[in-house]
Design a protein around this ligand. Structure first.
Ligand SMILES: [Ca+2]
Ligand SMILES: [Ca+2]
Length: 241
């Protein structure tokens, strides 16, 4: 229940670092273990923590043969021990499909310069948007009702160290989830190779049936790395850039 005062806890919510915009060509696997558990799609840290959130990839389109690229927006939801929820819009406004779009064809990295209480519960929410056929402003994209939260949701899979990858082809010649996660897959065993402080969220944002050919679990692929300070996370990433 108590708030931990820390040198980085300048504001209770979001002091968000500038986009570093780095291309992650090598795994940013942290060397220092950081304890947390995944419970039904939520990360539950065992200590005060900072977060690094990286969109590794995104592939979803509409129309024949994949058509045009859909917009995708992303929100990080931190439920604190007192029950209050902070919605972090690290990648732009969740309800502005153009300004907040993460389906850009490139990885996007954001560092949260805030410390959070242990026992907070972290989940992710992603939303896909469909073009209404006119221009390219926020108002020209409709939420098609594909909003998925990672909490206890079969349409969002959470990968941790040692997990088996989904093994699904990308829809309409899109790259598979494995391609986006390649730096984090063990070449010998084919299983996930992540730090104990890392998890990758795989979102299905196009269909709701696992039997559909559109079920490819890479409509958004998001890496979350927890650390005991923003400085530690930044140093970890820099060491691998
Ligand atoms: Ca897809
Ligand atoms: Ca899909």
């Amino acid at each position: 229940m108590t708030h931990t005062h820390h040198v980085y806890a300048i504001k209770p919510c979001l002091l968000i670092a500038a986009a570093l915009g780095v291309l992650l060509t090598t795994p940013a696997t942290a060397e220092v273990p950081f304890p947390f558990t995944i419970n039904l799609g939520e990360v539950v840290p065992a200590d005060t923590f900072a977060m690094d959130v990286t969109v590794l990839g995104c592939a979803i389109g509409y129309g024949s043969h994949g058509g045009y690229d859909a917009k995708v927006t992303l929100q990080i939801n931190v439920e604190q021990p007192d029950g209050t929820v902070r919605d972090l819009e690290l990648f732009g406004p969740f309800n502005a499909p153009v300004d907040g779009n993460i389906n850009t064809g490139s990885p996007i990295r954001r560092l949260v310069l805030a410390m959070w209480d242990s026992a907070s519960r972290v989940s992710l929410t992603a939303r896909s948007w469909k073009w209404d056929g006119s221009g390219d402003t926020n108002n020209d994209w409709d939420n098609i009702g594909r909003t998925q939260n990672s909490r206890n949701n079969p349409l969002v899979r959470v990968m941790r160290d040692g997990d088996t990858t989904p093994g699904l082809a990308g829809f309409a010649d899109q790259a598979s989830a494995e391609v986006y996660m390649a730096p984090y897959i063990d070449e010998v065993t084919g299983t996930m190779k992540l730090g104990t402080n890392q998890a990758i969220y795989l979102f299905e944002l196009g269909v709701t049936s696992e039997n559909s050919s559109g079920f490819d679990l890479q409509d958004a692929v998001v890496l979350v790395t927890l650390g005991d300070s923003p400085v530690a996370l930044d140093a970890t990433a820099s060491a691998h850039d």
